[in-house]
Design a binder for this molecule. Sequence first.
Ligand SMILES: Nc1ncnc2c1ncn2[C@@H]1O[C@H](COP(=O)(O)OP(=O)(O)OP(=O)(O)O)[C@@H](O)[C@H]1O
Ligand SMILES: [Mg+2]
Length: 352
Amino acid sequence: MNQRQRADHELGTVVPADGGMPTQREPAEVVAELDDLAVWFPTPTGVVRAVDGVSLRVRRGETLGLVGESGSGKSTTGLALLRLVEPTSGSVRVAGQDVTRWSRRRLRAFRRRVAMVFQDPQASLDPRLTIGASIAEPLIVHRLTDGGAARRRRVDELLGMVGLRSDLADRHPHELSGGQRQRVGIARALAGEPDLIVLDEPIASLDLSVQAQIMNLLRRLQRELRLTYLFIAHDLAAVEHMSDRMAVMYLGRIVESGTPAQIWRDPAHPYTAALLSAVPVADPQVERGRRRIILGGDVPSPVDPPGGCRFRTRCPQARPACAETDPVLTEVDPNHRAACLFAREAVRAMRW
Ligand SMILES: Nc1ncnc2c1ncn2[C@@H]1O[C@H](COP(=O)(O)OP(=O)(O)OP(=O)(O)O)[C@@H](O)[C@H]1O
Ligand SMILES: [Mg+2]
């Protein structure tokens, strides 16, 4: 195990304290685990290092929030957990099985173990299928119900679970609102009783009022069914609200991880501090007194990431050592890690 792997191998040890969960002494079962995962895409202009050394663990019943700017590799990380992208190196374990090198044929049955809910429910539902047929599809593919009557009962049940009336089963996606369509996406994800649900920006395309409803639905379902989520979002406030732990990605790497409280109260990586400084605060007096940290330059290309620390080209606190050493995730507090040579020191020097 290299230093990076060791550093964040423990990412995933905080167990949420809500009802029915195992105590800290008996850590919950690890449902999904990435170990030093890299996913590189060869393109005509070079190899895109979309994910470049990510280790994480998700335990049963918890939500791990994944945040980062566009292009940081969040979706690719999620797709790797469904084995919908080919890992270049590292490993993917789900429900106790190492699926890193499984063939397409072998993956067919496995696909039921991890489900995904996408940002745009319009695009993820087949417009020609009725809602009932869309929800029945995973039941048929994985042979989960015996006969048409049992299938219809299960579709009814799934519609009820996501708060939709059963007569919607005969409608088509275009007849539904955005929020209703996302509920259908969630029902489809629940159909196979997966071990892990990857929620890739599940509320980003919805109206504000609907966003809250969908988040509440996801949280209620998690409590009732003891679901496990990887929650991907741009919106830091949504991640804080939803997650037991969170990880911040930059250019294919996790640069900070911890509980939302640890990260909001005391971010240790300058990139996280910059992201947080851009989140508006409700209290106008606090808001007036705050400083935004404006990052210079653009995100470098993942084809040719900077040597040393990948963030150094935009970091307001970059020092000569940052060009020499590629920092590993290192503990700054129990279960709170940052990949920065000058972790807290750099953030404090930013005086935000
Ligand atoms: N199939 C692919 N072929 C080539 N490059 C890809 C492919 N998929 C993703 N990428 C590139 O990999 C990088 C990471 O993409 P990814 O979609 O994982 O980011 P993301 O964090 O989900 O971004 P967003 O917030 O915009 O959804 C980007 O530079 C993207 O252009
Ligand atoms: Mg994405």
